[in-house]
Design a protein around this ligand. Structure first.
Ligand SMILES: *Cc1c(COP(=O)(O)O)cnc(C)c1O
Length: 385
């Protein structure tokens, strides 16, 4: 029986050829010609002041908070329903993540929840484009402007999505992208920080390179100027090997996204009449990058049972994102009931650019059957199927 994986990275001959070129250039490390070329392509595509290529999105978030001057004890409001990278980044700099609940229909951060959490120690907000769907940036920006806070867009999953006609990744003054193997464009591991403010970009770039400028650049200089270390930076550079792969992937993003979009449309059509699941809602003012395809199961359905049935048939599935406030590492007593509910009821089903119509049909048939097997009759709380 064919297995249908939950995710599959679309990397092929073009990417291999780009890697071969880097091998012959003799400079595989970071901040070389390919890294610089990628950075200027990203800055142009997004119309931002600077783009800094880094090793992953977690590093981009860390550098963003450092460049924005977040200090120990500062509070940063973060979207609760997500991979927990934003809250982790707040903790890297000694800050306190404050978890904002999300909207039930989109899973993106609720602007009213954000507004209610602003306090005397709040310095900024990290919004997340949940699984590829942009958050409500018009509302969020008006809240952060009113209170003099920074706003970061975690666009890890939303490369190619749009909000009110603008590209995800350019929806806040600072944005962080991920090129991890599970995202829409990938170099295996990788990330970028995009910012309207060139000074912030310059700060992040130096800190991404141990606190000095590009070693590649230094080798081009005549004479022997010795660079000085002005910051205890990190090594968050993206290799030129990864940068070359990403140049190809960014060129293919339209094609890859069209294929994900077609899969999402098929799922939407085939599952639209299924009472036991709710399919994703995409508000009219934005488009989805479909990093994941998540359905919300009816409360009567035993999710673990459904997942076990799908996996037994070789169909990949997963729980999706996390309710961050429930993770023991944060030791918070906050409540985010909507996020907690999505964390319990959401199920990610296969989504990638290489799924065939037949495979989508098989996923839907198996899912429908599993839902019937694992639904309790209504009005029988806790009863087994
Ligand atoms: C995947 C993901 C990250 C982390 O990206 P890495 O490149 O793996 O560090 C951050 N934020 C969100 C919302 C993600 O989904």
């Amino acid at each position: 029986m064919d297995t249908i994986p939950l995710v599959h990275a679309s990397l092929g001959e073009q990417e291999l050829a780009a890697v071969a070129e880097v091998f012959s250039s003799g400079w595989p490390a970071g901040q070389g010609p390919r890294g610089k070329a990628l950075e200027s392509e990203l800055a142009k595509r997004y119309g931002v002041g600077d783009a800094v290529a880094v090793s992953n999105c977690g590093a981009a978030l860390h550098l963003a908070l450092l460049a924005l001057g977040v200090r120990p004890g500062d509070e940063v409001i973060v979207a609760d329903y997500t991979f927990p990278a934003p809250a982790h980044a707040v903790r890297y700099v000694g800050g306190v993540p404050v978890f904002a609940d999300v909207l039930p229909d989109t899973g993106t951060v609720d602007p009213q929840a954000v507004a209610a959490l602003v306090g005397p120690r709040t310095v900024g907000v990290i919004a997340v484009d949940t699984l590829g769907l942009p958050a409500d940036y018009a509302e969020l920006k008006s809240i952060t402007d009113r209170h003099g806070l920074f706003l970061i867009e975690d666009a890890a999953c939303s490369v190619g999505a749009t909000y009110q006609g603008r590209e995800a990744g350019a929806l806040a003054p600072v944005a962080c992208l991920s090129f991890h193997g599970r995202k829409g464009a990938t170099s295996g591991e990788g990330g970028a920080l995009l910012t309207a403010d060139p000074a912030l970009g310059a700060d992040a770039r130096v800190r991404s390179s141990f606190g000095i400028g590009s070693i590649f650049d230094q080798a081009q200089v005549v004479g022997l100027p010795i660079p000085v270390f002005t910051e205890v930076g990190y090594n968050y550079k993206l290799s030129d090997i990864a940068a070359a792969i990403l140049q190809v992937q960014m060129g293919r993003i339209g094609e890859l996204l069209d294929r994900r979009r077609a899969v999402a449309a098929l799922y939407g059509e085939m599952l639209g009449d299924e009472d036991l699941v709710t399919v994703p809602h995409v508000p009219l003012d934005r488009t989805h990058a479909w990093q994941s395809y998540m359905v919300t199961l009816d409360p009567s359905v035993d999710r673990a049972g459904v997942a076990a049935d799908l996996r037994a048939q070789g169909i990949g599935c997963g729980h999706g994102a996390w309710a961050c406030h429930l993770q023991p590492v944060y030791e918070t007593k906050q409540a985010c009931p909507v996020s907690a509910d999505l964390f319990e009821r959401n199920l990610a089903i296969p989504m990638h650019a290489e799924l065939s119509t037949n495979q989508v049909e098989r996923v839907v048939e198996s899912l429908r059957a599993a839902l019937r097997t694992h639904a309790r009759p209504h009005g029988v709380p806790g009863g087994a199927a």
